[in-house]
Design a protein around this ligand. Structure first.
Ligand code: GAL
Length: 484
């Protein structure tokens, strides 16, 4: 049995899926090319450049809108078997609704999909990676339940136009990050500080939208297309600050329930986790409210949500340690701000045992990934999981990115232990990110890419970093066949 910090030399089961991930706004550019509509990120960056650390935006980004063939070549050179990219909703539906379909936008994705398949790379398509059409934001975005219908129309369009060749769809990317960064931290487009109710409402609408889209796929497309529909969630690992303390162990479990369970419990069991329902109801009462801030699923939504994923996408980057807040210390606890944080009501720190990465929130803790995979296995009966993002930030784009290599090595090795020693049903691993891309409110000041991009050149020249070559070897050898 390999211990936490030991390297484990073995290969993954045959057919394990290797690849890289990316997203539309962060990479494509072509922000108004060929009839594309405006997204909330276009509006957010253009309206006030100071919202982004280096006053940049995704107008041109890595210009993958024209350079997509080069991206596919890089993937091929890495021995990737899958590429996860997202569709820009306003590129295919400029107004957000099916009233106007932009055929030029559809053609772009057709070209990308065909190029991938011609190179033996399976496309994995995310439908919502945060770039909502601006006209839908004007209707109040995800706080408006009418979006369930609009998302359903958009999903149907994507299934019908791409599903003959795309066999892996992901409806949503990371609702926790999206709703917290938009409505709590107010640092992501459209940045509306309403932490008490809005994160819960937004996630509620997204979950209902997913369920309807899943039904559409199942009833109208699945028999013929034989694809899978999944959902990507984010989570840190949550460990006890004091591993010998039963209350800290309980606290770690509560944090997982609030972060992962908030989204995954409805997808698997049709409702929010009981501890979340109790805690938020209690906190709402203390605030003098007559009802809980956590919305309730109507019976029909609950029924169609239950069991509505063919696979779970897990995006894992870092680990936290948790403990309870000492009585009387509530006001001094930095992780006790109104909203989700106070509802969770725990003292949390970034795991100091891991090396600090190029962003403040990231520590390199590979064992946390194995623990998170095991938490999912135990909590939800071992559902099929694909790691749909995992990678390390650097504050520069050095080509000799040895710390990133160490990060990948550690995390992939812990995944191997989870698969072979713990029997977690992990079916694939996608690294983040193929390129150094627009990192949301951090602009281009940090990079997760395994390829450097010279943004000053007309060609947006891509250069492999050492980590791209390292992953190419792991992908080829299907793991760690021998000591090296
Ligand atoms: C995820 C997100 C990606 C990327 C990554 C690194 O939360 O899905 O778009 O930005 O984090 O921060």
């Amino acid at each position: 049995m390999a211990n936490n910090d030991d390297s484990f030399y073995h290969v993954f089961p045959k057919g394990f899926i290797w690849g890289m991930a990316n997203s539309a706004y962060q990479t494509e550019g072509g922000w108004k090319a060929d009839g594309k509509g405006e997204s909330i990120w276009d509006r957010f960056c253009h309206e006030d450049a100071s919202r982004i650390k280096d006053s940049s935006n995704g107008d041109v980004a890595m210009d993958s809108y024209t350079k997509y063939k080069e991206d596919v070549k890089l993937l091929k050179d890495m021995n990737a078997k899958m590429y996860r990219f997202s569709i820009s909703w306003p590129r295919v539906l400029p107004k957000g609704t099916s009233e106007l379909v932009n055929e030029a936008g559809i053609d772009y994705y057709n070209r990308l999909i065909d190029e991938l398949l011609a190179n033996g790379i399976e496309p994995c398509v995310t439908l919502f990676h945060w770039d909502l059409p601006q006209p839908l934001q004007e209707m109040n975005g995800w706080l408006n339940e009418e979006l369930v219908q609009f998302f359903a129309e958009y999903a149907r369009l994507c299934f019908s136009r791409f599903g003959d060749r795309v066999k892996y769809f992901i409806t949503f990317n990371e609702p926790w990050v999206f709703s917290m960064k938009v409505y709590d931290f107010a640092t992501f487009a459209p940045a509306i500080k309403e932490p008490l109710e809005s994160p819960y409402k937004a996630v509620h609408t997204m979950l209902k939208s997913h369920a309807v889209a899943y039904q559409i796929y199942k009833n109208e497309f699945k028999d013929k297309q034989k694809g899978k529909v999944g959902f990507s969630v984010d989570s840190s690992n949550y460990g006890p600050k004091d591993p010998s303390s039963p209350t800290d162990l309980e606290a770690a479990d509560k944090a997982f329930q609030f972060r992962l369970g908030w989204i995954v419990n409805p997808l698997i069991n049709g409702d929010y986790p009981p501890i979340m329902k109790e805690s938020i109801a209690q906190q709402s009462k203390l605030e003098g409210r007559s009802t809980s801030r956590l919305p309730v699923f109507d019976p029909e939504s609950s029924t169609i949500l239950k069991g509505s994923i063919d696979f779970l996408g897990l995006n894992y980057y870092t680990a936290e340690l948790v403990t309870t807040i000492k009585a009387g210390e509530e006001a001094n606890c930095p992780t006790n701000t109104p909203g989700w944080n106070r509802d969770l009501g725990l003292d949390r720190i970034r795991d100091p045992n891991g090396k600090l990465c190029g962003v403040w929130w990231q520590r390199d803790v590979p064992t946390g990934l194995r623990n998170t995979l095991n938490w999912i296995k135990k909590q939800y009966g071992n559902p099929p999981v694909i790691i749909t993002e995992n990678g390390r930030a650097e504050s520069d784009d050095r080509l000799e990115d040895d710390d990133r290599i160490a990060y990948f090595r550690g995390h992939i090795n812990e995944t191997l232990k989870a698969v072979l020693l713990d029997s977690c049903d992990v079916q694939g691993y996608l690294g983040w990110c193929l390129l150094d891309v627009f990192e949301w409110s951090d602009g281009y000041t940090v990079g997760f890419g395994v390829h450097r991009v010279d943004r000053t050149s007309q060609e947006k020249t891509r250069t492999p970093k050492k980590s791209a070559k390292y992953l190419a070897q792991i992908f080829k050898e299907n793991g760690f066949p021998d000591k090296q």
